[in-house]
Design a protein around this ligand. Structure first.
Ligand SMILES: Cc1ncc(COP(=O)(O)O)c(C=O)c1O
Length: 106
């Protein structure tokens, strides 16, 4: 039997079974878009609101302070744009390193 060791947790990780079981119904029977007004959307919207409350209480935040994004790039953009807007009074420029530039070209 071939034995392998997974060393790419930087790229992705297996989902925790507890998380998988919690998410699974929303990939099947409760597939609605939470932005939609019909019952499928309303069910999904309730689930997102519940999750938002759980995350907020976990880190001592208010639910309205929790922003869910679609992935890494959107999260990066939210953080960079948010920091830039919050600090616009200090200057209208962002300084980064050549390492970041190299990473974005890979
Ligand atoms: C910091 C960072 N930004 C962006 C990404 C790209 O993620 P996505 O493909 O979800 O936009 C990743 C992926 O791991 C990441 O770690």
């Amino acid at each position: 039997m071939r034995q392998t060791i997974y060393l790419d947790y930087n790229a992705t990780t297996p989902i925790d079974p507890v998380v998988r079981d919690a998410v699974l119904p929303y990939l099947g029977e409760h597939f609605g878009n939470p932005s939609s007004d019909h019952i499928y959307g309303k069910d999904a919207k309730l689930a997102v609101a519940h999750a938002r409350g759980q995350v907020a209480s976990l880190i001592g935040a208010k639910p309205e302070e929790i922003v869910f994004t679609s992935g890494g790039s959107e999260s990066d953009n939210q953080a960079i744009i948010g920091a830039a807007l919050a600090n616009a009074h200090r200057g209208r420029h962002i300084i980064t390193s050549c390492i970041e530039m190299a990473t974005s070209l890979i």
